[in-house]
Write a protein that binds this ligand. Sequence first.
Ligand code: PLP
Ligand code: ZN
Length: 415
Amino acid sequence: MAAFTFVCCECAARYRETEVRYVCPACAVQQQPGGVTRGVLSVEIDELPARWPAARVHDPGALTAFLPVANPVTLPPLRVGGTPLLPVPGLRRLLAMPHLWVKDDTRNPSGSTKDRASLLVVAKAVEYGCGTVATASTGNAASALAAVAAAAGVRAVVFVPASAPPAKLVQMASYGAQVVPVDGSYDDAFELSLTACERFGWYSRNTAYNPFTIEGKKTAAIEIAADLAPDGPQVVIVPTGDGVIVSGIAKGFADLVRCRLLKRAPRLIVVQPEGSPALARALRAGSPSVTPVANAASVADSLVVGTPRNAIMALDRVRASGGAGVTVRDEAILDAVAMLARTTGVFAEPAAAASLAGLLAALDEGLVTRDERVVLMVTGSGLKDVAAASRRVRIPEPVPPDLEAVECLLGETGV
Ligand SMILES: Cc1ncc(COP(=O)(O)O)c(C=O)c1O
Ligand SMILES: [Zn+2]
């Protein structure tokens, strides 16, 4: 059992688990409808492990001593995390970066990093005896919740923009979740899901509202640090929407520094699309808070948020890391989907390939140097949005089943 305390990221008030469920009550009174979440709580584990687990960190359940769970047996029976850190020789050569890695989180059960948060949230739902867990999502968090809930035998209700890519909608429905497609934006779905949770007594997995969404993502950082021990990475590049993945990753490295398993946490680089740039823009301007973006839009649908809910914590943690923010054009994101797939064998959805587009921007701006130890977070599978990837490939016309036709087709590229 890892005992823990909740700590408010704004006023530093501390709460026991029995005292509060979602956000700091003192700061929540300042909450504006649709605004950044006020009083987001951080989970502070009382006693972190003094050494790496005896099991490989990639084995299921190996990191439970770092997690705020009462009993490891409550972890839903699905193989979340333990994803590979790939050395990507082709991309290293292309970019002249000998110390570059891809954290391939497309390998999670539902195909995205969001599984890490859902695993912990559903574990807590089971611990608290909640039979229904609900969330708003741009798509991946909903699929992740639906998958983990299915494994745990818990009901999931998911609120998503009706415009989410069809593969994501089909995926979450296939896992048996109750899908609520919202005729509106992700921000609309977020508010509706909060109201529904209050009305129906469901446990909310809303990102940056339920503190375990942030804590659950930290396992990605712990795995990266273990794979690159003892020094760890110098830079981690994180595609960002609400700022929960980047905050969770910061938390993972901070925990390791606290328990002396890592000397120094890496700089975190936030990547956002030009059409949804609130956090990156605030980082670049040095402003204390974000300015919401009206009509946010991008081909990287998972990163589209008008108001990043976890802005206060994310700005703090990225700045504390010595990191920065970059914005990337949609065309650069689509190019990065193709470049990543061709040079590494990892097929990413646009949001996830945005980390590669962000690396190119960060190199251009001198935020990262080519000799540094850099990790790209690749957070979601390309199979989730085939329509986007299809904009950078050409499928040849069908040929009759004879060799001459094949030779003729290969004539274009060579046998
Ligand atoms: C594939 C993918 N990458 C990155 C993100 C951004 O995560 P966050 O909203 O926590 O910043 C998301 C969020 O939906 C996502 O689905
Ligand atoms: Zn507070």
